[in-house]
Design a binder for this molecule. Structure first.
Ligand code: ZN
Length: 288
């Protein structure tokens, strides 16, 4: 009997020991490893002490993407991480792209993550003075803007407005004969991924200026940067938002988003259409 009890006791100690080790190693694994699928929720609960530390545009289903983007970009604030992921900036350009479900909206987001449907043709395309084509709402606003610019002594014209997706394909392919695809992607959009395909976007130019890059740093470009919002336009690609859009600075490329939103975007101080949509359209700031 005594011998049996000793064996039982030894077994008990052994079992307890094993389970203690198992428990301990389980805990330490969760604490130290960054590779398990619970990474997002664990990091989430550690880094975000309370719900009020999460920005209002935080979306629960994206916890893992926030965590891995934050890990890869330690220099970014958490708020910056969250809005960028909401705008798909964590995805590589032209990887896992989506098709916009609101291609006729003034706020449609067309970038290297979101395209127009393949067969998209905007409605109400009209010709403006000088011959470029635009959607009627954008055309009316740019005509007024050009009149006011002329009166202010800084006349400019629209070099290119609406481009069909087929035209964009030809243009993009022609650049590929000159530069590598990596280079071309910094200044030209792939077909269907160009804002010019929406009819809401145009490239501005100044009389007697042949290279459109020379629009930069003209009195006209300064006037446009200062006043475009009053007419519903934004300068879409800036030096500041280049990491978000993947394009070089283009002071001549302006996009119509409507007067109300262009004004709100200016007042908000955000640096890109992507950031504006996440913070003021797709999510609404809590009322103060
Ligand atoms: Zn352009």
């Amino acid at each position: 009997m005594r011998k049996l009890s000793l064996v039982a006791l030894a077994l008990l100690v052994l079992i307890c020991g094993i389970s203690l080790v198992a428990c301990a190693s389980g805990d330490s694994e969760r604490d130290s490893s960054g590779s398990s699928s619970s990474l997002g929720s664990d990091l989430g609960s550690e880094e975000i002490a309370a719900d009020d530390a999460k920005p209002y545009y935080y979306e629960e289903g994206r916890a893992e993407r926030y965590a891995s983007y934050a890990e890869a970009n330690p220099e970014l604030s958490y708020d910056e991480v969250v809005w960028r992921v909401d705008a798909d900036v964590d995805k590589g350009f032209y990887e896992d792209t989506a098709v916009a479900d609101d291609p006729n909206s003034q706020l449609v987001l067309i970038n290297k993550h979101s395209s127009l449907p393949d067969d998209f043709v905007p409605q109400n395309i009209v010709s403006i003075s000088g011959g470029a084509e635009l959607r009627a709402d954008a055309a009316e606003a740019i005509e007024e803007m050009m009149r006011d610019a002329s009166q202010a002594g800084v006349p400019f014209f629209v070099r290119t407005g609406y481009r069909s997706i087929a035209w964009q394909r030809d243009l993009y392919n022609s650049y590929l004969e000159r530069d590598t695809q990596v280079e071309v992607d910094t200044y030209s959009a792939r077909p269907g991924f160009s804002e010019h395909n929406t009819g809401l976007t145009m490239d501005l130019s100044v009389e007697h200026v042949t290279d459109m890059h020379n629009f930069d740093n003209t009195p006209q470009s300064a006037w446009v940067a200062e006043n475009a919002w009053k007419y519903g336009y934004i300068v879409r690609y800036t030096e500041e938002n280049s990491p978000i859009t993947g394009y070089i600075e283009e002071q001549w490329h302006i996009r119509f988003i409507g007067r109300e939103h262009a004004k709100a975007m200016k007042e908000s101080g955000v640096g890109s259409l992507e950031e504006y949509l996440v913070k003021y359209v797709w999510h609404l700031p809590p009322e103060k």
